[in-house]
Design a protein around this ligand. Structure first.
Ligand SMILES: Nc1ncnc2c1ncn2[C@@H]1O[C@H](COP(=O)(O)OP(=O)(O)OP(=O)(O)O)[C@@H](O)[C@H]1O
Length: 482
């Protein structure tokens, strides 16, 4: 005897179901399956309201789901890619089932497939149990995050779609989705932005507070200092008691044996305790030279996702988003000019836009394509090998120390600014042939003796300070790309 599903539903569900039937003009139970298929977008809308999930999660996981088929009691949903498939299956099966039941009064099994995947002949339930993390220790919030780097400000394009999906999966389900998550891609393509987004999301959405983001440089320097100050135990306690550890630019531990040894033990301790580890690098694990085999293989245990250079549309979208966030009114032909000429590095893309803005203020001219061409004439030199400019060095060093390029050029003399400024002076001398006078002029109209003094100071500190040496090495690689 067929079940009277309407009878089984709660009063609220009955209302929702009635509403659903009215809107879709459903005649009876028999046709409901087909109607769901035809009106999936309506169903998604209802799902969106019933599921208490963030906008970004809905957009990433649920908005692009397509009903591929309905077999008896099983709805077959087509997902975008392997990552989405596995993740939605684990994380969203149950909520989708519940929401669907609320709307239709019927409990469906779900089956997820990839585009072009053969449809299953019979359905199997993928219902899972979502474990809610109930850690509630907000005593020690350990992080070092840029508030601008969130999922909301991250533009998703073909170049970073998988890495973004993997990052969001890990953020929503730390230590359950993929562990470790290894994100790699060229310089300035958004690895740090994604890592900070994960950390922000976890801190805001999960009750996990021991989230630590560090660059591998900071990890190395802290290790060097702990050895020097005989505080190795403290160092270990700090790194081995974290819930989510994010290590940026891991390639810089290549060739550093003691750091690798220490990181190996940190990794093992956290992994065994089911803590989430997220690592970024400019290249895949197999291409990191002089990386110990045992680390390399561990990096490949979870999921490895890459970020490629953005295509033209994504570059346009990034610039438009930036203008929107900062409330800037930039003519479309200027955005197009920048997006068509700066292709391989998003930091440079943003730097170019900043340069146009600064130039427009300086010369009191409106932002037009002509002004943009003037402002970027040093940067956009077709058919020539790219020169290292003082502006670029300033930008990389400023970003590295969490400052703006304007801070470096300013007259401020606090140590947090004066020290990176001296590093800019040192690197400008080391990496370019530009005269002291011209370096001084570009760096906020400073005298050539100031440049010499700043640069010499860093030179002599380098002999004593292993941490500074490590930082200079990393900055040099970031600037020269070698
Ligand atoms: N998809 C994106 N959407 C919006 N902004 C982005 C995106 N990707 C990168 N950016 C911006 O580009 C700049 C450089 O990105 P980020 O520092 O994350 O690069 P990275 O890959 O970590 O570089 P590095 O190799 O030097 O460590 C940042 O200001 C970041 O906000």
């Amino acid at each position: 005897m067929p079940l009277n599903l309407t009878y089984l539903m709660s009063p609220n569900n009955r209302v929702a179901y009635k509403h659903f039937r009215t809107r879709l003009n459903i005649g009876g139970f028999a046709t409901m399956d087909n109607i769901i298929k035809e009106n999936w977008s309506d169903v998604q809308k209802v799902l969106r309201e019933d599921l208490d999930i963030s906008e970004i999660s809905y957009k990433t996981w649920l908005s692009s789901l397509v009903v591929a088929d309905i077999l008896e009691d099983t709805i077959v949903l087509e997902t975008d890619d392997e990552i989405s498939k596995g993740y939605i299956e684990r994380k969203y099966s149950k909520p989708i089932q519940i929401a669907l039941k609320e709307v239709t009064g019927k409990l469906f099994n779900l089956k997820f497939i990839l585009p072009n995947e053969k449809l299953p002949s019979d359905g199997t339930s993928n219902a899972n149990h979502n474990k809610k993390n109930d850690t509630n220790d907000r005593n020690s919030i350990l992080n070092n995050l840029n508030s601008r780097y969130t999922f909301n400000t991250f533009v998703v394009g073909n170049n970073n779609k998988l890495a973004h999906a993997a990052a969001l999966a890990v953020a929503e389900s730390p230590a359950e989705a993929y562990n470790p998550l290894f994100i790699y891609g060229g310089v300035g393509l958004g690895k740090t932005h994604l890592m900070h987004s994960i950390a922000h999301f976890i801190l805001e959405e999960n009750n996990i507070s021991k989230v630590l983001y560090v660059s591998s440089e900071k990890f190395t320097n802290e290790l060097i200092n702990s050895i020097r100050d005989d505080k190795n135990e403290e160092f270990r306690r700090k790194y081995r008691s974290i819930d989510v550890l994010l290590v940026d630019d891991i390639q810089f531990i290549a060739g550093k044996e003691r750091t690798q040894e220490e990181f190996f033990h940190t990794f093992n301790t956290l992994y065994e305790a089911k803590k989430q580890i997220i690592i970024s690098s400019d290249r895949p694990p197999k291409d990191i030279e002089t990386l110990e085999e045992r680390l390399r293989s561990r990096f490949e245990w979870g999921l490895t996702a890459d970020i490629q250079a953005p295509d033209y549309e994504t570059r346009m979208a990034i610039l438009t988003k930036k203008a929107e966030i900062e409330n800037l009114n930039i003519p479309n032909d200027v955005v197009q000019y920048v997006a068509s000429n700066i292709k391989s590095n998003i930091r440079e893309l943003e730097g170019a836009m900043n340069k146009i803005l600064a130039f427009s203020t300086l010369v009191h001219r409106e932002i037009t394509k002509e002004l943009a061409e003037d402002a970027l004439k040093d940067l956009i030199t077709p058919n020539e090998t790219k020169e290292i400019t003082i502006d670029f060095i300033t930008e990389v060093v400023a970003q590295h120390y969490g400052l703006n390029a304007d801070d470096i050029l300013s007259k401020k003399r606090t140590r947090e600014i004066a020290y990176p400024r001296q590093i800019v002076m040192y690197l400008s001398r080391k990496l370019t042939d530009i005269s002291l006078q011209n370096i001084g002029k570009t760096l906020g109209n400073r005298d050539h003796t100031t440049i010499m003094h700043g640069s010499d100071k860093i030179s002599s500190e380098l002999k004593e300070d292993a941490g500074l040496k490590n930082s200079i090495e990393i900055l040099t690689k970031k600037i020269t790309g070698k």
